[in-house]
Write a protein that binds this ligand. Structure first.
Ligand SMILES: [Ca+2]
Ligand SMILES: [Ca+2]
Ligand SMILES: [Ca+2]
Length: 225
């Protein structure tokens, strides 16, 4: 039984190699904040104001943006968890450290209209900073009770387009010039670093075909002799 299984695993692996199927292309998407060491920094809009947050330091605020342990975790809105800019927008730059094919973006908004994030413009870039996609979202409120004692829950945005994304710029704005939320997260698979060419015969297939033809010729010659 073990032989049967291992032989078939070997066959599947060979088939995968022949078809050019990489492990990255077939892998299930994972929550990057947990798995890939996502980092986030302030965007260019804050060049003259390195401490734009109303309630905490930039270091503490940025760290708390990407610390939701899973893509579905709830998080209470407290003075030590929420991210708040009073008097203008917030611009963030995320770096995944490598290129990923994004499938879902997760956003944990504040729970009432006076301070929530009303619009986010996301732009997606590859590792050479070439633009690969854009998305504008109007997030829903983070919970239905409008209460700090009810956890903020994430809203998911499905992403069909962005492949080979390393950097994401997020520009967040709100009514009353208030921006208040808890987390931003990403789910993705590692991009194929070497996309396979199409319509090019595999050398191994050609070699096998050549061997087969040579064998046929040999057999014919032997029958004829
Ligand atoms: Ca957080
Ligand atoms: Ca609002
Ligand atoms: Ca709103």
């Amino acid at each position: 039984m073990r032989t049967f299984v291992s032989k078939n695993i070997a066959r599947v692996a060979l088939l995968g190699a022949a078809l050019g199927v990489s492990a990255a292309a077939t892998a299930a998407p994972v929550y990057l904040n947990d798995a890939a060491g996502v980092t986030v920094t302030l965007g260019a809009a804050h060049a003259g104001d390195p401490e734009p947050f109303a309630n905490r330091t930039t270091a503490a605020s940025l760290a708390s943006i990407i610390d939701a342990p899973t893509a579905t975790s709830g998080e209470l809105h407290t003075q030590s968890t929420h991210v708040w800019v009073s008097g203008g927008p917030l611009e963030l730059v995320f770096d995944f450290g490598a290129e990923y094919d994004l499938s879902t973006l997760h956003f944990w908004n504040y729970h009432s209209e006076n301070y929530d994030v009303d619009t986010i413009v996301f732009t997606f870039y590859d590792d050479a900073w070439a633009l690969v996609g854009e998305l504008t979202e109007s997030p829903v409120l983070g919970n239905l009770t409008g209460s700090d004692s009810t956890p903020i829950t994430p809203e998911d945005y499905a992403l069909a387009f962005p492949t080979n994304v390393r950097y994401v710029n997020a520009y967040l704005t709100g009514s009353n010039n208030q921006v208040d939320f808890n987390n931003i997260g990403f789910t993705a698979v590692l991009s194929d670093p070497d996309p396979d060419p199409v319509d090019v015969p595999e050398p191994a297939t050609l070699a096998l075909l050549g061997l087969g033809l040579a064998g046929l010729g040999l057999a014919r010659r032997r029958r004829g002799a």
